[in-house]
Design a protein around this ligand. Structure first.
Ligand SMILES: Cc1cc2nc3c(=O)[nH]c(=O)nc-3n(C[C@H](O)[C@H](O)[C@H](O)COP(=O)(O)O)c2cc1C
Length: 227
């Protein structure tokens, strides 16, 4: 096993999966029996590895059968760092977001569950992901969030620890079992993790996420969350 890569690491194999993002203004509603799972690609940098991990995980989630799966690639959006004066928590539906974020917000709103696919940058998660989180509040409340991380020796676990803390503040429910891929640059081959146990770990994560997604979807529908 090689030591952890330095910053940036070797460029990932670019196997950009084909997926569709909603067009701006599109209304995304979940009319399905299945819970809607939104898989978020957290990194946006050039030659990122995130789409490779995401593509594999989306395949696992589609095979699982418990979800209608959609991908939200943060690289498709220009997410400003400067927020409005009001907080999204207090402004609610009247929070003034740029028009370019409408499709992103609609997808978060429609989600019954999230998987955040995140690398580790300086022992945390990318600023792109933090910006996407901070522009929203109600879209996260009383929804389950699981994590798929990757990076050097720690496999992105520092990033996930920070995300768990942040999402608790947003009244989201974080899922215990995550997927962490250390030294992804030697432990992935042709778009797949070389660990044969990885698909089983993904199933465990998805089973837990599906349970929480169904339970919280029912609870939200029956009784507004008091947060
Ligand atoms: C600014 C920066 C900081 C990084 N810091 C860490 C780190 O603290 N721990 C780690 O394991 N990997 C670190 N890395 C390596 C990344 O995890 C690795 O390059 C990964 O591919 C980044 O994901 P991406 O390609 O999807 O952007 C860092 C990379 C960058 C660009």
């Amino acid at each position: 096993m090689r030591p952890a890569a330095g910053e940036g690491g070797p460029p990932g194999t670019i196997l950009r999966p084909v997926w569709l993002s909603p067009t701006p203004g599109q209304i995304v509603e979940n009319m399905s029996e299945n819970s809607k799972l939104v898989v978020v690609v957290g990194s946006v940098r050039a030659e990122r590895f995130g789409p490779v991990v995401t593509s594999w995980f989306v395949d696992q989630a589609s095979k699982h059968g418990g979800f209608d799966v959609e991908v939200l690639d943060l690289a498709d959006f220009d997410i400003p760092l400067a927020l409005p004066a009001a907080s999204p928590k207090h402004a609610g539906d009247s929070y003034p977001r740029p028009a370019g974020l409408a499709a992103l917000t609609a997808l978060l709103e429609a989600a019954d569950a999230f998987v955040l696919v995140t690398p580790e940058y300086n022992h945390s998660y990318p600023a792109s992901l933090k910006a996407a989180i901070d522009w929203h509040f109600t879209q996260w409340v009383a929804k389950p969030v699981a994590f798929v991380s990757y990076g050097g020796a720690a496999g992105g676990r520092h990033a996930v620890l920070h995300l768990e803390n942040v999402l608790t503040e947003l009244h989201a429910v974080t899922i215990r079992d995550g997927l962490a891929f250390p030294n992804y640059f030697v432990n992935w081959d042709a778009g797949q993790p070389t660990d044969p146990a990885a698909a089983g770990y993904a199933t465990t994560l998805l089973d837990q996420l599906a349970w929480w997604a169904a339970a919280l979807r029912k609870a939200r529908a029956e009784n507004p969350y008091p947060g």
